[in-house]
Each structure stands twice: as structure tokens, then as C-alpha cells.
Design a protein around this ligand. Structure first.
Ligand SMILES: [Mg+2]
Length: 308
């Protein structure tokens, strides 16, 4: 099978957005509504670096698209399109079938169209470029937190990191932890709901410690976080109690939750969002004039995920 047949067979899906022209021409064409901006982001996942060697094709596809959607969620953008660059060590029809089925399922769920891509031979890696739209001037930025804002985090932290930790030690993680590691749910609905409610937002991909610092630095504010306020699942709470390893939930990474700041006057609106989306939102601190991140009770330096 040549490259054109491969694309035709596995990646030529019908577009949901009829204002776009997808796979089959030299470029994809997209139209965009007036008064909207495009939000675009790219992420590469490499075998052995971002997912273990024995990860299923379905999980690789899911995570590759999901982590990109998470970046759109962080800006409050609505996912629209993506392109895919796939590098494969060999042509494997079963693998491709499983990969494209899983990718299409997630793409359909978030109504995001595959507009084109590229396939090459080499070490297994997946690059996805995702594009969404957001009303002009309303995107959630890292730089918009204000003194007095309350900082929140969605759901719990450390579940994926605990799964990874256990896998490396040859321990089979629980179903819940594995799902968080292999198929993290991008918080797209939350991001959209936060438009006009939150001031600043980021998705937690490299660990709360590092990612909340990006908000603090760009917004020129500070926060003091108490360890007791960090939302943990029962399993991660048990792990921390046994090991005192707070670095796992704070710097382990791969959470794909949203960390955001909300001004006092919007706290009631946030409570409505919490109920409507049936999501757990935890207050972890207040933005202060005194800059920098302080973590009360943390007695060691946690090494956050470093890409190099
Ligand atoms: Mg991000």
C-alpha cells in the first residue's frame, strides 16, 4: 500500500464542518466566522518518551489528540480542525486500523475534523496540530491573573504520574489510574465555560508546580499553596501518606487538568459551572502582590518534567 492509499483508507473522513476542505488537496482550506480568532497548538508524542513501548495503537491515538485538545481547553477555545503527521517503523494494517478507529472516535466526540497530514517511515511518533476558534479578545491567557483572584484546579492531580511510577516498577496500576495515564480527558467543556468567568488559565501537563508558575510569572502575581489543599484521588492520597512523596502530584505531570484564576465577583458563576458540568473544582490559593510560588509544608525541591 502506498502513502496515498494509506491516507485514503485510514484517514479520509467526512468533514463535519462544511466550511472546510480537508484531505485530498495540497492544502486544507478553512473559513472562520468574523469576530473569532484561531487558536492553534502542536504536540509531538514519541514512543519511549511520551508513552511506553507496549502502548496500544488505540491509546496512542487517543492521547496524541487529547493532549492537543487540552491546550485548546486551556484557552477556552472550541476545537475545530487538526492535522496529523505520523511516523511509523513499518506498515502494519492492524495497528493503523486500531489507531484510526480510536482517533476518529475521539475526533467525533469533540467535533474536530481531520484536515490533512503526512506519513513517513521511522521511529514511531505522532505529531498533531490542532486548531480551534475563540471569540476575538476573549481567550483565556496565562498573563491575566489579578491580585485577589482565587486559584482553582479541576479534578485531582498525580493519577497519571502514579500509574507511570507503578508501570516502571512492574506493578499493574488500577483501571482508574491507567485511564488517566493512557486516555486523559481534555477539559474542553470547562475551558469554554470559563470564558468570561476566569481571568487566567493553563492546562497542567508538566505538573502543577511548573504550570502554575507560568501563570504567576506571566501575570506578575504570587500564591501560597498548602499541601492539604491539593486535590488527590484516594489512591494518590494513600501513596503520598505512605511515601511522603509530594513531588508526584505536584511535579509528576500528564494531568491535563485546568488551573485557573477567578475574580471574587465570578465565584458564584463558577459554582454554577461546577454543578452543571459535574466537575470537582478545588480552591488552592489566592493570587497575591508578593510574587512567586510558595508551597507550605513541602520540605524538598521537586524536579518538574524537563523536555531536555
Ligand atoms: Mg499547555
Amino acid at each position: 500500500m502506498n502513502e496515498f492509499d494509506l491516507i485514503e483508507k485510514y484517514f479520509n473522513w467526512n468533514a463535519q464542518d462544511l466550511n472546510s476542505l480537508g484531505v485530498g488537496d495540497d492544502c486544507a482550506l478553512v473559513s472562520i466566522k468574523p469576530d473569532y480568532q484561531l487558536a492553534t497548538s502542536v504536540d509531538t508524542l514519541i514512543e519511549g518518551v511520551h508513552f511506553p513501548q507496549n502502548t496500544s495503537a488505540a491509546d496512542i491515538a487517543y492521547k496524541s489528540l487529547s493532549v492537543n485538545l487540552s491546550d485548546l481547553a486551556a484557552m477556552g477555545a472550541t476545537p475545530k480542525y487538526f492535522t496529523l503527521a505520523l511516523t511509523l517503523p513499518e506498515f502494519d494494517e492492524l495497528w493503523l486500523e486500531e489507531f484510526s478507529t480510536s482517533l476518529k472516535l475521539l475526533a467525533d466526540q469533540y467535533k474536530v475534523d481531520l484536515l490533512g497530514g503526512d506519513t513517513t517511515k521511522g521511529k514511531l511518533s505522532v505529531t498533531i496540530n490542532v486548531t480551534g476558534t475563540v471569540p476575538k479578545g476573549q481567550a483565556l491567557l496565562r498573563s491575566s491573573a489579578k491580585v485577589g483572584d482565587t486559584i482553582f484546579i479541576s479534578n485531582t492531580l498525580g493519577d497519571a504520574a502514579l500509574a507511570w511510577n507503578q508501570l516502571q516498577q512492574g506493578v499493574e496500576p488500577s483501571q482508574g489510574l491507567l485511564e488517566q495515564f493512557n486516555t486523559p480527558k481534555p477539559q474542553v467543556a470547562l475551558g469554554q465555560a470559563l470564558l468570561g468567568v476566569a481571568n487566567a488559565c493553563i492546562d497542567v501537563s508538566d505538573g502543577l508546580k511548573q504550570d502554575v508558575s507560568h501563570i504567576l510569572e506571566r501575570s506578575e502575581v504570587g500564591v501560597t499553596i498548602n499541601l492539604a489543599d491539593i486535590p488527590l484521588s484516594r489512591e494518590v492520597a494513600n501513596y503520598v501518606q505512605e511515601t511522603n512523596d509530594w513531588c508526584l502530584p505536584l511535579a509528576g505531570g500528564d494531568d491535563y487538568e485546568l488551573c485557573f484564576s477567578v475574580p471574587k465577583e465570578n465565584i458564584d458563576a463558577l459554582k454554577v459551572i461546577e454543578t452543571e458540568l459535574n466537575i470537582k473544582l478545588t480552591k488552592i490559593g489566592l493570587a497575591t502582590e508578593q510574587q512567586g510560588l510558595k508551597i507550605e509544608g513541602l520540605d524538598k525541591i521537586c524536579q518538574s518534567y524537563q523536555h531536555f
